[in-house]
Design a protein around this ligand. Sequence first.
Ligand code: HEM
Length: 218
Amino acid sequence: MSAHNEHAEHKEFIYLTPMPIRIWHWINALGIVTLCLTGIQIRFPEYVNIFGTYKAAIRLHNTAGITVSIFYAIWFAYYLIVKGNLFKLYVPNTYDIKMGIFRQVLYYFYYFFKGGQSPHHATPDDKFNPMQKVAYMGLMLALMPLVIVTGILILNVAPLRELILLMGGLKILVSAHFLIACCFFAFLFVHVYLATMGHTPLAHFKPMWDGWEEVEHH
Ligand code: HEM
């Protein structure tokens, strides 16, 4: 049973986010913020010095990158093998593409500010609205693997020389890595802003902390 009642307040909660995903999410968030900050210093050393020396920024960037990669593998295996619902949760269906995204965008840009309610109602098996599905799918199933693979190649230039040449050379890889990183940087701001657009500003933060989200009544 994935719902329980707090009788005193007549509030209903559903269990949306399992513990391994919550642990992954916050380690990943810290990792990506660290990667963005160290990355900015590595890319623009003449303008930015946050971590003391260039070498320190590179060392921290590599450590955070390896940590994020390992936790990505855990995230992937957990949803794919343990829960078996990775694609169900993260891939939009035909309704999402035909109508859902449009309704959700309309809600975020207009009805939210009129005090309306989100057209999507989260359940443990369908916890993301169509917009979240598209964004999270692109992020977790495309950008994340790409940034990890380009990162691993750049980190191991000598042993992986042949593979790097096959993919167009180091310059192309470094540019691709940087461009994907820019997408992550932009995503962070949009993601944190949208995360505050629950029925209360912290409503979406609660399930990322203790797993349970309060059901919005209609
Ligand atoms: C300071 C940084 C961050 C904050 C405050 C934050 C906050 C949140 C919140 C409140 C949620 C739950 C509501 C929702 O699903 O929209 C969430 C979910 C999620 N966030 Fe973040 N986030 C941060 C960074 C990141 C980063 C860097 C990534 C990926 C690169 C990320 C990926 C995700 C994903 C995939 C989910 C859905 C998880 C699931 O239930 O399967 N977040 N985040």
